[in-house]
Design a protein around this ligand. Structure first.
Ligand code: GLY
Ligand code: MN
Ligand code: MN
Length: 442
């Protein structure tokens, strides 16, 4: 769990990195209509969640390193929230309201959203810098731009609008990129729940089962373990559906002799897990499946060797690709001299995505990978996925026996002082571990 003190610390840390005389504005997410009178499950904006832990729509957080209240105390955090409203709450759900928001979220002052338009110009007044991410939330952009305009057009220059608008995401996303021990503990738990869900699917699968039924097994495990939602659209691709990277139709009947690729992870208190495993529907890899599977696994292990503080993801990708290319040559899928094949990206048709990505409140989490053209070194507290794959499309140039096989192996790791910790090691990964688990299912 993330404590109130940690949310407060994050807000203070952000403000401390802003220039003197700064105001920060962070909007919450809004409800999104699904179909007439019904909405998608609400998902809070990750930046807003990171700074508040508040799960209501349409709110707005304002931070300042300059404001004081009437008693001269710092007024560093203010929150605008939906008002208490018995009628709306009967129809749509409970609201915290401003009074409880101050108490429960450790905010200095909270107000009803109705007064936002009136108050925001006065809050902006006199700050030199406004930290705000433009173009992410059109509704909030309108509110902020109208408040700035009011500030600028106040009679006789009685108000001074911030002269600089700074993209707050640079500071905020650098903070989110390095996970605290409480965040790592939550992500470890999300990873364990997700690992168990994958094992459940491996035990359940059999020829004749539908892909969406495996999805249901995974989602059942997530919810029964306290993680109600998946972190992203669950992928269950059997046979050549596994060659479609973001296949989410999950509608086919699983056939004997096919592999099943599952890419699924739960979201726990906002934090994502992201795991892929590929396994045989009938419990036994055939020789071609084995050969390709072992190759992907070896390439992942080679990448993992490199993933430690000071090294880059690009270096790990190089190690991974070296293994992939050598293996594809040995299998007769590529032919030529490995260095030349690497240089000309000859492997790309079979492995068309990156090695992995940062993971956190977003499944493709924030944080930059390069600065001034240079790959950034990994640092302790960064969580990332390691997910090589091979996808031999049904119409590819590879020998026929390999066509229609898609394999990805994806683990989540946290970079530690000395190397890394694999968060998802609870789910079988070697051929013998997978076959043993599947053999034990009855
Ligand atoms: N599940 C999406 C990804 O692996 O990036
Ligand atoms: Mn994934
Ligand atoms: Mn991923």
């Amino acid at each position: 769990m993330i404590t109130l003190a940690e949310f407060q610390r994050r807000r203070a840390q952000l403000l401390a990195q802003c220039k003197p005389s700064s105001i920060v504005v962070i909007p919450a997410a809004s409800q999104v209509t699904r179909s007439n009178d019904t909405e998608h499950p609400f998902r809070q904006n990750s930046d807003f969640w990171y700074l508040t832990g508040f799960n209501e729509a349409d709110a707005l957080l304002v931070l300042s390193n300059q404001l004081a209240n009437e008693d001269g105390d710092d007024l560093s955090s203010m929150l605008f929230v939906l008002p208490k409203d018995p009628h709306a709450e009967i129809w749509h759900g409970r609201r915290m309201g401003p009074e409880k928001a101050v108490e429960q979220l450790g905010i200095d002052e909270a107000y009803e959203l109705d007064v936002l338009e009136e108050l925001l110009p006065a809050l902006l007044n006199g700050h030199e810098h406004l930290y705000y991410s433009l173009d992410e939330n059109p509704q909030a952009d309108e509110i902020v731009q109208s408040a700035l305009a009011q500030c600028k057009s106040a009679p006789k220059q009685s108000m001074v609008a911030p002269a600089n608008i700074v993209d707050v995401s640079v500071l905020l996303h650098a903070m989110r990129n390095i996970k605290s021990s409480a965040e790592i503990a939550l992500m470890r738990e999300a990873a364990v729940i997700s690992s168990d869900a994958h094992k459940r699917a491996m035990r359940f699968v059999a020829p004749g089962v539908y892909e969406y039924q495996l999805e249901a097994e995974l989602h059942h495990e997530f919810a029964m373990r306290g993680a109600r939602y998946p972190a992203y659209g669950t992928i269950v691709g059997s046979g050549d559906n596994a060659c479609i990277l973001h296949y989410t139709e999950n509608s086919d009947c699983i056939k004997d002799g096919n592999l099943v690729l599952i890419d699924a992870g739960c979201e726990l208190q906002g934090y994502a897990a992201d795991i892929t495993r590929t396994f045989p529907a009938n419990g036994k890899f055939n020789p071609e499946q084995s050969a390709l599977y072992q190759l992907v696994l070896d390439s992942q292990l080679a990448a993992l060797e490199v993933l430690k503080p000071g090294n880059t993801i690009a270096q790990a990708m190089q190690a991974c690709v070296a293994v992939i290319v050598k293996g594809l040559c040995e299998l007769g899928i590529l032919s030529g001299e490995p260095d030349a094949l690497i240089a000309e990206d000859a492997w790309r048709p079979y492995f068309m995505h990156g090695l992995g990505h940062y993971l956190g409140l977003d499944v493709h989490d924030v944080g930059i990978y390069k600065k001034e053209g240079e790959d950034l070194p990994l640092a302790p507290g960064i969580v990332l996925t390691v997910e090589p794959g091979l996808y031999i499309a049904p119409d590819s140039d590879a020998p026929a026996k390999y066509r229609g096989i898609g394999i990805r192996i994806e683990d989540d790791i946290v970079i530690t002082e000395s190397g890394h910790e694999i968060l998802t090691s609870g789910v079988p990964k070697t051929i013998s571990e997978i076959e043993a688990l599947m053999a034990s299912k009855s």
